[in-house]
Design a protein around this ligand. Structure first.
Ligand SMILES: [Zn+2]
Length: 361
């Protein structure tokens, strides 16, 4: 009899903590109930996969199973096995992110143009002991949910791209690595940090472009009408969320904090790269002025997120607004070089990044 995918999942990720059973999380009442948040993540992840599958069936030469790992770290892993692909999220990813967004919006000075911020009561917070604040204003609570959905969609799409873009197969065939782990894991000794970062950006770039296109189409259909009045506002929400995810990952990346080289680009660089990736995409649908405008909406939302983050004074290092042009140039060079090696493993033909000089202006 063939093993059930959830059992194989449990076996594959046993060293990381194994599969989380739905009844293992302690339940609390209200919107921050961990079992509810985790089930929402899985539901969302499966929706995203379903929509990819119906649009691009050739991205899925085999079945895929998505599940949660018991380990409460902030992390995710993609792995490709002969009969099935697997994407694993650690239980520590969706829950702290939810707490963070709810906590932020409970402060009257944070995103004060959203809903009625005057009714919010929070005056102090510390990320190391995240208190369970929930915004008093309903519109602000809804906004938190929207930020969380953007974050989860991005993380899901990013992990799927490790499979689609051939990273997992490339690492398996070239170096014998079974998985593509994100932050906080044992470093892949055979892969230089700059190559690891280039692969991460490869995924970010494809993920953000997909999400941007989906958001745009959804917006035109009126899907976001209840939360966002304009597409600019929707793009702002998306970038506020992404910038937070990138900073949050850095905050929790112990290797980075202890001075080791990072597996992912710096949060600033990732935000710039996200803005340039959207700009690249927008140039296909808009004139240059429209695309520039979209890029600027992204960068200004990123600045907003950085100022919120620093306002909470909880980081061990300040996240400064710096232009990381050299970093970006290097990333373009690395990814263009790696793309040639990835080609035989890639499940779809991706366009090469545009010339960075066009994008960083
Ligand atoms: Zn990744």
């Amino acid at each position: 009899m063939q093993a059930r995918p959830e059992d194989t999942f449990d076996q594959i990720f046993r060293d990381y903590g194994g599969r989380l059973q739905s009844d293992e999380l302690e339940s609390t009442s209200g919107m921050l109930d961990p079992p509810f948040i985790v089930s929402q993540l899985l539901h969302r992840a499966r929706l995203v996969v379903h929509s990819f599958k119906s649009t691009y069936p050739h991205f899925f030469p085999k079945d895929i199973w998505i599940d949660i790992i018991r380990n409460p770290k902030f992390n995710a892993i993609a792995t490709s096995r002969p009969d099935r692909d697997y994407v694993a999220f650690f239980s520590g990813m969706p829950i702290p992110l939810s707490y963070l967004f709810f906590d932020w919006l409970s402060h009257p000075d944070v995103l004060s143009d959203i809903g009625n911020a005057a009714v919010e009561k929070q005056q102090f917070t510390d990320l190391r002991t995240i208190p369970f604040w929930i915004p008093a204003d309903e519109a602000r609570r809804e906004y938190c949910t929207k930020l969380l959905v953007h974050a989860l969609d991005f993380i899901i799409c990013h992990e799927l791209q490790h499979l689609f873009l051939g990273h997992t197969d490339y690492l398996r065939v070239r170096f014998g690595h079974a998985e593509f782990p994100e932050i906080g894991m044992t470093r892949l000794q055979s892969l230089r940090p700059c190559d690891f970062r280039a692969l991460e950006w490869d995924c970010d770039r494809a993920a953000i472009r997909t999400i941007y296109c989906t958001l745009r189409i959804d917006f035109e259909k009126g899907v976001h009408a209840d939360t966002y009045a304009t597409l600019d506002e929707a793009l702002r929400g998306l970038m506020l969320s992404l910038s937070t995810v990138f900073s949050f990952m850095s905050f929790y990346e112990s290797r980075l904090n202890s001075g080791c080289e990072s597996t992912h680009p710096h949060p600033q660089t990732r935000c710039y790269l996200a803005a340039t990736a959207v700009y690249e995409q927008a140039l296909q649908d808009e004139d240059r002025e429209g695309a520039e405008h979209i890029k600027n909406v992204f960068l200004s939302a990123h600045r907003e997120a950085v100022s919120i983050w620093n306002g909470f004074r909880t980081c061990s290092f300040p996240i400064e607004y710096i232009c990381c042009e050299d970093d970006i140039k290097q990333m373009y060079r690395d990814v263009i070089r790696l793309k040639k090696e990835l080609k035989p493993y890639c499940r779809y033909c991706t366009d090469m990044p545009s010339d960075w000089r066009e994008l960083i202006r």
